[in-house]
Design a protein around this ligand. Structure first.
Ligand code: SF4
Length: 383
Protein backbone atom coordinates (compact mmCIF):
# COMPACT_ATOMS: atom_id res chain seq x y z
CA UNK A 1 0.00 0.00 0.00
CA UNK A 2 1.17 3.53 -0.78
CA UNK A 3 2.69 5.19 2.23
CA UNK A 4 3.34 8.83 3.01
CA UNK A 5 5.86 10.26 5.45
CA UNK A 6 5.20 13.52 7.31
CA UNK A 7 7.88 15.34 9.33
CA UNK A 8 6.92 18.29 11.54
CA UNK A 9 9.28 21.26 11.98
CA UNK A 10 7.71 23.22 14.85
CA UNK A 11 9.56 26.55 14.76
CA UNK A 12 8.23 29.97 13.82
CA UNK A 13 9.77 33.43 14.22
CA UNK A 14 6.51 35.00 15.41
CA UNK A 15 2.98 33.86 16.06
CA UNK A 16 0.23 34.56 13.51
CA UNK A 17 -3.00 35.79 15.06
CA UNK A 18 -4.97 32.70 14.05
CA UNK A 19 -2.32 30.06 14.73
CA UNK A 20 -3.44 26.94 16.53
CA UNK A 21 -0.69 24.64 15.24
CA UNK A 22 1.93 22.80 17.30
CA UNK A 23 4.87 25.20 17.20
CA UNK A 24 7.26 27.34 19.23
CA UNK A 25 8.31 30.94 18.69
CA UNK A 26 11.87 30.16 19.72
CA UNK A 27 13.97 29.25 16.72
CA UNK A 28 17.20 29.61 18.76
CA UNK A 29 20.12 27.37 17.68
CA UNK A 30 20.12 25.60 21.08
CA UNK A 31 16.47 24.56 20.90
CA UNK A 32 16.74 23.62 17.24
CA UNK A 33 19.66 21.34 17.85
CA UNK A 34 17.82 19.75 20.82
CA UNK A 35 14.79 19.25 18.59
CA UNK A 36 16.81 17.74 15.75
CA UNK A 37 18.42 15.27 18.13
CA UNK A 38 14.99 14.23 19.41
CA UNK A 39 13.67 13.87 15.85
CA UNK A 40 16.62 11.71 14.83
CA UNK A 41 15.91 9.47 17.85
CA UNK A 42 12.28 9.13 16.80
CA UNK A 43 13.33 8.21 13.25
CA UNK A 44 15.60 5.46 14.61
CA UNK A 45 12.81 4.23 16.88
CA UNK A 46 10.34 4.05 13.95
CA UNK A 47 12.93 2.10 11.96
CA UNK A 48 13.31 -0.36 14.85
CA UNK A 49 9.54 -0.89 15.10
CA UNK A 50 8.52 -0.95 11.44
CA UNK A 51 11.73 -1.78 9.58
CA UNK A 52 12.74 0.07 6.40
CA UNK A 53 9.29 1.35 5.37
CA UNK A 54 8.84 2.40 1.75
CA UNK A 55 7.50 5.88 1.06
CA UNK A 56 6.14 7.44 -2.11
CA UNK A 57 5.88 10.92 -0.60
CA UNK A 58 7.62 12.99 2.06
CA UNK A 59 6.05 16.17 3.41
CA UNK A 60 7.96 18.62 5.63
CA UNK A 61 5.33 20.70 7.41
CA UNK A 62 5.15 23.04 10.35
CA UNK A 63 5.60 25.43 11.93
CA UNK A 64 8.04 26.70 9.36
CA UNK A 65 10.35 24.16 7.70
CA UNK A 66 11.82 26.99 5.59
CA UNK A 67 13.40 28.27 8.81
CA UNK A 68 15.86 25.36 8.71
CA UNK A 69 19.48 25.86 7.67
CA UNK A 70 20.64 23.79 4.69
CA UNK A 71 22.85 21.63 6.94
CA UNK A 72 19.92 20.93 9.30
CA UNK A 73 17.68 19.91 6.40
CA UNK A 74 20.46 17.74 4.98
CA UNK A 75 20.84 15.93 8.30
CA UNK A 76 17.11 15.17 8.45
CA UNK A 77 16.95 13.97 4.84
CA UNK A 78 20.09 11.84 5.20
CA UNK A 79 18.78 10.17 8.35
CA UNK A 80 15.43 9.47 6.67
CA UNK A 81 17.04 7.96 3.57
CA UNK A 82 19.44 5.89 5.69
CA UNK A 83 16.55 4.32 7.58
CA UNK A 84 13.65 4.16 5.11
CA UNK A 85 13.24 3.52 1.39
CA UNK A 86 12.17 6.75 -0.23
CA UNK A 87 11.31 6.12 -3.86
CA UNK A 88 13.44 7.89 -6.48
CA UNK A 89 10.24 9.29 -7.93
CA UNK A 90 8.91 10.39 -4.54
CA UNK A 91 7.14 13.71 -4.18
CA UNK A 92 9.21 15.64 -1.60
CA UNK A 93 7.22 18.68 -0.44
CA UNK A 94 8.22 21.46 1.91
CA UNK A 95 6.06 24.19 3.41
CA UNK A 96 7.71 27.56 2.84
CA UNK A 97 6.90 31.00 4.19
CA UNK A 98 7.32 33.97 1.81
CA UNK A 99 10.39 35.99 2.74
CA UNK A 100 12.05 33.01 4.46
CA UNK A 101 14.38 30.31 3.42
CA UNK A 102 17.84 29.79 2.03
CA UNK A 103 17.56 28.72 -1.63
CA UNK A 104 20.56 26.47 -0.96
CA UNK A 105 18.05 24.20 0.81
CA UNK A 106 16.59 23.49 -2.60
CA UNK A 107 19.87 22.44 -4.20
CA UNK A 108 21.02 18.85 -4.38
CA UNK A 109 24.57 18.35 -3.19
CA UNK A 110 23.72 14.64 -2.83
CA UNK A 111 20.79 12.44 -1.86
CA UNK A 112 17.13 13.34 -2.24
CA UNK A 113 15.94 16.82 -3.03
CA UNK A 114 12.82 18.89 -2.34
CA UNK A 115 10.79 18.93 -5.57
CA UNK A 116 7.56 20.62 -4.48
CA UNK A 117 6.95 23.76 -2.43
CA UNK A 118 3.79 24.71 -0.60
CA UNK A 119 3.95 28.48 -0.17
CA UNK A 120 1.95 30.00 2.71
CA UNK A 121 0.75 33.11 0.87
CA UNK A 122 -2.73 33.45 2.46
CA UNK A 123 -3.57 36.69 0.62
CA UNK A 124 -2.28 39.17 -1.97
CA UNK A 125 -3.48 42.10 0.12
CA UNK A 126 -0.94 43.67 2.49
CA UNK A 127 -3.63 44.98 4.86
CA UNK A 128 -5.11 41.51 5.29
CA UNK A 129 -1.65 40.03 5.82
CA UNK A 130 -1.11 42.52 8.66
CA UNK A 131 -4.54 41.63 10.09
CA UNK A 132 -3.48 37.96 10.13
CA UNK A 133 -0.21 38.81 11.87
CA UNK A 134 1.83 37.39 8.99
CA UNK A 135 5.43 38.57 8.78
CA UNK A 136 5.52 38.79 4.99
CA UNK A 137 4.27 41.22 2.36
CA UNK A 138 2.96 40.66 -1.15
CA UNK A 139 6.37 41.71 -2.50
CA UNK A 140 8.01 38.95 -0.38
CA UNK A 141 5.67 36.42 -2.01
CA UNK A 142 6.63 37.46 -5.54
CA UNK A 143 10.36 37.51 -4.75
CA UNK A 144 10.26 34.14 -2.96
CA UNK A 145 8.40 32.57 -5.84
CA UNK A 146 11.09 33.79 -8.24
CA UNK A 147 13.82 32.35 -6.00
CA UNK A 148 12.09 28.98 -5.81
CA UNK A 149 11.66 28.87 -9.57
CA UNK A 150 15.26 30.03 -9.97
CA UNK A 151 16.31 26.97 -7.94
CA UNK A 152 14.62 24.77 -10.57
CA UNK A 153 11.38 23.92 -8.73
CA UNK A 154 8.32 24.16 -10.95
CA UNK A 155 5.81 22.36 -8.74
CA UNK A 156 4.57 25.15 -6.45
CA UNK A 157 1.33 25.20 -4.51
CA UNK A 158 -0.08 28.44 -3.01
CA UNK A 159 -2.34 28.64 0.03
CA UNK A 160 -5.10 31.24 -0.01
CA UNK A 161 -7.27 31.96 3.00
CA UNK A 162 -10.99 32.75 3.09
CA UNK A 163 -12.98 34.41 5.90
CA UNK A 164 -10.23 36.84 6.93
CA UNK A 165 -11.59 39.79 8.99
CA UNK A 166 -12.00 42.70 6.58
CA UNK A 167 -11.89 40.47 3.47
CA UNK A 168 -14.53 41.20 0.83
CA UNK A 169 -15.44 39.10 -2.20
CA UNK A 170 -13.74 41.76 -4.32
CA UNK A 171 -10.46 41.64 -2.39
CA UNK A 172 -10.53 37.85 -2.60
CA UNK A 173 -11.15 37.95 -6.38
CA UNK A 174 -8.09 40.15 -6.73
CA UNK A 175 -5.94 37.65 -4.77
CA UNK A 176 -7.28 34.87 -6.95
CA UNK A 177 -6.39 36.74 -10.15
CA UNK A 178 -2.86 37.40 -8.91
CA UNK A 179 -2.52 33.76 -8.00
CA UNK A 180 -3.68 32.64 -11.45
CA UNK A 181 -1.37 35.15 -13.16
CA UNK A 182 1.59 33.58 -11.34
CA UNK A 183 0.81 30.24 -13.04
CA UNK A 184 1.42 28.10 -9.98
CA UNK A 185 0.69 24.38 -10.24
CA UNK A 186 -1.80 24.18 -7.37
CA UNK A 187 -4.03 26.49 -5.33
CA UNK A 188 -5.26 25.38 -1.89
CA UNK A 189 -8.05 27.25 -0.15
CA UNK A 190 -8.40 27.39 3.62
CA UNK A 191 -11.15 28.87 5.76
CA UNK A 192 -9.96 30.89 8.73
CA UNK A 193 -10.92 29.07 11.91
CA UNK A 194 -10.95 30.98 15.18
CA UNK A 195 -9.67 29.02 18.19
CA UNK A 196 -9.98 30.28 21.77
CA UNK A 197 -6.22 30.08 22.48
CA UNK A 198 -5.25 32.41 19.62
CA UNK A 199 -5.05 36.20 19.37
CA UNK A 200 -8.18 36.14 17.19
CA UNK A 201 -9.95 33.92 19.74
CA UNK A 202 -9.26 36.50 22.47
CA UNK A 203 -10.40 39.34 20.21
CA UNK A 204 -13.60 37.45 19.40
CA UNK A 205 -14.22 36.95 23.13
CA UNK A 206 -13.89 40.72 23.66
CA UNK A 207 -16.25 41.40 20.73
CA UNK A 208 -13.42 42.97 18.70
CA UNK A 209 -13.34 40.58 15.75
CA UNK A 210 -15.80 40.56 12.92
CA UNK A 211 -15.66 37.89 10.21
CA UNK A 212 -17.08 38.26 6.68
CA UNK A 213 -20.76 37.29 6.48
CA UNK A 214 -21.65 33.75 5.39
CA UNK A 215 -23.06 34.94 2.04
CA UNK A 216 -19.80 36.70 1.15
CA UNK A 217 -17.80 33.64 2.26
CA UNK A 218 -19.95 31.45 -0.03
CA UNK A 219 -19.45 33.90 -2.90
CA UNK A 220 -15.64 33.73 -2.47
CA UNK A 221 -15.66 29.92 -2.59
CA UNK A 222 -17.93 29.87 -5.64
CA UNK A 223 -15.79 32.50 -7.42
CA UNK A 224 -12.69 30.42 -6.75
CA UNK A 225 -14.27 27.30 -8.28
CA UNK A 226 -15.34 29.19 -11.43
CA UNK A 227 -12.17 31.26 -11.94
CA UNK A 228 -9.76 28.42 -11.31
CA UNK A 229 -11.70 26.05 -13.61
CA UNK A 230 -11.65 28.72 -16.34
CA UNK A 231 -7.86 29.00 -15.89
CA UNK A 232 -7.39 25.23 -16.43
CA UNK A 233 -7.18 24.05 -12.82
CA UNK A 234 -8.81 20.74 -11.96
CA UNK A 235 -10.97 20.97 -8.82
CA UNK A 236 -9.83 17.56 -7.64
CA UNK A 237 -10.64 17.96 -3.94
CA UNK A 238 -13.05 20.21 -2.03
CA UNK A 239 -10.43 22.91 -1.40
CA UNK A 240 -7.69 22.00 -3.86
CA UNK A 241 -7.24 22.92 -7.51
CA UNK A 242 -4.32 21.71 -9.60
CA UNK A 243 -3.04 21.89 -13.15
CA UNK A 244 -3.54 18.30 -14.41
CA UNK A 245 -0.64 16.11 -13.28
CA UNK A 246 0.18 18.33 -10.25
CA UNK A 247 -2.34 17.16 -7.64
CA UNK A 248 -0.66 16.71 -4.25
CA UNK A 249 0.30 13.04 -4.07
CA UNK A 250 0.89 13.31 -0.33
CA UNK A 251 -2.53 14.74 0.49
CA UNK A 252 -4.16 12.16 -1.79
CA UNK A 253 -2.77 9.51 0.58
CA UNK A 254 -4.81 11.09 3.42
CA UNK A 255 -7.94 11.46 1.31
CA UNK A 256 -7.71 7.86 0.13
CA UNK A 257 -7.26 6.80 3.75
CA UNK A 258 -3.95 5.10 2.96
CA UNK A 259 -1.13 4.58 5.45
CA UNK A 260 1.29 7.23 6.64
CA UNK A 261 3.92 7.75 9.29
CA UNK A 262 4.01 11.14 11.04
CA UNK A 263 7.14 12.21 12.92
CA UNK A 264 7.49 15.14 15.30
CA UNK A 265 5.15 16.69 17.89
CA UNK A 266 1.46 16.83 17.06
CA UNK A 267 1.86 14.48 14.08
CA UNK A 268 -0.54 11.59 13.58
CA UNK A 269 0.38 8.23 12.06
CA UNK A 270 -1.91 5.64 10.54
CA UNK A 271 -0.31 2.24 10.20
CA UNK A 272 -1.60 -1.33 10.50
CA UNK A 273 -5.13 -0.15 11.31
CA UNK A 274 -4.01 2.05 14.22
CA UNK A 275 -4.17 5.84 14.20
CA UNK A 276 -1.92 7.40 16.82
CA UNK A 277 -0.17 10.53 18.01
CA UNK A 278 3.12 10.03 19.78
CA UNK A 279 3.33 13.43 21.53
CA UNK A 280 0.82 16.26 21.60
CA UNK A 281 3.20 19.22 21.97
CA UNK A 282 6.86 20.19 21.73
CA UNK A 283 7.88 20.05 25.44
CA UNK A 284 6.30 16.62 25.83
CA UNK A 285 7.91 15.43 22.60
CA UNK A 286 11.39 16.49 23.70
CA UNK A 287 10.93 14.92 27.12
CA UNK A 288 9.66 11.61 25.74
CA UNK A 289 12.31 11.25 23.02
CA UNK A 290 15.12 12.17 25.42
CA UNK A 291 13.93 9.67 28.04
CA UNK A 292 13.12 6.99 25.42
CA UNK A 293 9.44 6.78 26.46
CA UNK A 294 7.83 5.43 23.29
CA UNK A 295 4.20 5.12 24.40
CA UNK A 296 1.65 7.10 22.37
CA UNK A 297 -0.40 10.01 23.76
CA UNK A 298 -3.39 9.07 21.58
CA UNK A 299 -4.08 5.68 20.03
CA UNK A 300 -7.18 4.35 18.23
CA UNK A 301 -7.49 0.83 16.90
CA UNK A 302 -9.99 1.02 14.03
CA UNK A 303 -12.28 -1.91 13.30
CA UNK A 304 -12.55 -3.00 9.62
CA UNK A 305 -16.01 -1.36 9.47
CA UNK A 306 -14.70 1.92 11.00
CA UNK A 307 -11.92 1.92 8.43
CA UNK A 308 -14.31 1.30 5.55
CA UNK A 309 -16.63 4.09 6.77
CA UNK A 310 -13.71 6.51 7.13
CA UNK A 311 -12.44 5.59 3.67
CA UNK A 312 -15.89 6.31 2.28
CA UNK A 313 -16.15 9.70 3.99
CA UNK A 314 -12.64 10.90 3.13
CA UNK A 315 -13.11 9.78 -0.51
CA UNK A 316 -16.17 12.04 -0.69
CA UNK A 317 -13.70 14.93 -0.57
CA UNK A 318 -12.47 13.95 -4.02
CA UNK A 319 -13.99 15.01 -7.34
CA UNK A 320 -14.73 11.46 -8.46
CA UNK A 321 -16.65 10.68 -5.26
CA UNK A 322 -17.40 7.07 -4.29
CA UNK A 323 -19.14 4.17 -6.07
CA UNK A 324 -22.67 4.21 -4.74
CA UNK A 325 -22.88 0.41 -4.48
CA UNK A 326 -20.26 0.20 -1.71
CA UNK A 327 -22.54 2.01 0.74
CA UNK A 328 -24.47 -1.12 1.70
CA UNK A 329 -21.21 -2.64 3.08
CA UNK A 330 -20.73 0.23 5.53
CA UNK A 331 -22.48 1.08 8.78
CA UNK A 332 -26.26 0.37 8.64
CA UNK A 333 -27.20 4.04 9.33
CA UNK A 334 -25.38 5.38 6.26
CA UNK A 335 -27.91 4.64 3.47
CA UNK A 336 -30.65 6.59 5.32
CA UNK A 337 -28.32 9.50 6.05
CA UNK A 338 -27.15 9.60 2.44
CA UNK A 339 -30.77 9.78 1.20
CA UNK A 340 -31.39 12.69 3.57
CA UNK A 341 -28.30 14.50 2.29
CA UNK A 342 -29.39 13.90 -1.32
CA UNK A 343 -32.80 15.38 -0.50
CA UNK A 344 -31.12 18.41 1.07
CA UNK A 345 -29.12 18.93 -2.14
CA UNK A 346 -25.79 18.30 -0.41
CA UNK A 347 -25.00 14.98 -2.13
CA UNK A 348 -25.83 13.76 -5.63
CA UNK A 349 -25.51 10.53 -7.57
CA UNK A 350 -24.01 10.79 -11.02
CA UNK A 351 -23.05 7.82 -13.24
CA UNK A 352 -23.24 5.47 -10.24
CA UNK A 353 -20.97 7.69 -8.12
CA UNK A 354 -21.99 9.53 -5.01
CA UNK A 355 -20.56 13.04 -4.84
CA UNK A 356 -20.85 16.28 -2.91
CA UNK A 357 -22.75 19.01 -4.72
CA UNK A 358 -21.23 22.49 -4.76
CA UNK A 359 -23.37 23.39 -1.76
CA UNK A 360 -22.30 20.13 -0.12
CA UNK A 361 -18.65 21.04 -0.72
CA UNK A 362 -19.15 24.42 0.94
CA UNK A 363 -20.91 22.77 3.92
CA UNK A 364 -18.67 19.69 3.88
CA UNK A 365 -17.79 19.75 7.58
CA UNK A 366 -21.50 19.59 8.48
CA UNK A 367 -22.00 16.76 5.96
CA UNK A 368 -19.11 14.72 7.38
CA UNK A 369 -20.23 15.28 10.96
CA UNK A 370 -23.71 14.10 10.02
CA UNK A 371 -22.40 10.97 8.27
CA UNK A 372 -20.04 10.05 11.11
CA UNK A 373 -22.19 11.01 14.09
CA UNK A 374 -23.11 8.46 16.70
CA UNK A 375 -26.63 7.17 16.27
CA UNK A 376 -28.24 9.48 18.85
CA UNK A 377 -28.38 13.25 19.17
CA UNK A 378 -28.10 14.05 15.48
CA UNK A 379 -28.40 17.53 14.09
CA UNK A 380 -29.98 18.54 10.82
CA UNK A 381 -27.23 18.22 8.15
CA UNK A 382 -28.07 21.57 6.61
CA UNK A 383 -28.80 23.15 9.98
S1 SF4 B 1 3.70 30.49 10.18
FE1 SF4 B 1 2.08 28.92 10.35
S2 SF4 B 1 2.69 27.66 12.12
FE2 SF4 B 1 3.89 29.59 12.21
S3 SF4 B 1 2.75 30.95 13.56
FE3 SF4 B 1 2.07 31.40 11.45
S4 SF4 B 1 0.32 30.03 11.11
FE4 SF4 B 1 1.39 29.29 12.92
Amino acid sequence: MTKGLYVHIPFCRTRCHYCHFVRLEDPSPALRSRYLEALLKEILHAREIYGALEFETLYLGGGTPSILRPDELREILETLTANFKISEKAEISCEWNPGDGDPEMLSKPRGIRINRISLGVQSFDDNLLRTLGRRHSVRDTIETLEKIRGAGIANISLDLMLRIPGQTAEIFRDSLSQCIALKVSQVSLYDLEVHDDTEFGKMLGRGELSLPPEASHGEMYSDAIDSLAAAGYDHYEISNFAIPGFASRHNLIYWRNQEYLGLGPGSFSYLNGVRYQFARDVPRYLEKCEAGIWTNDVEDLLSPRDRATETFVTALRLKEGVRENIVSHLSPELPGRISELCKEGLLEISAGNLRLTRRGQFLCEDVFRFLLRKTQGAADPAG
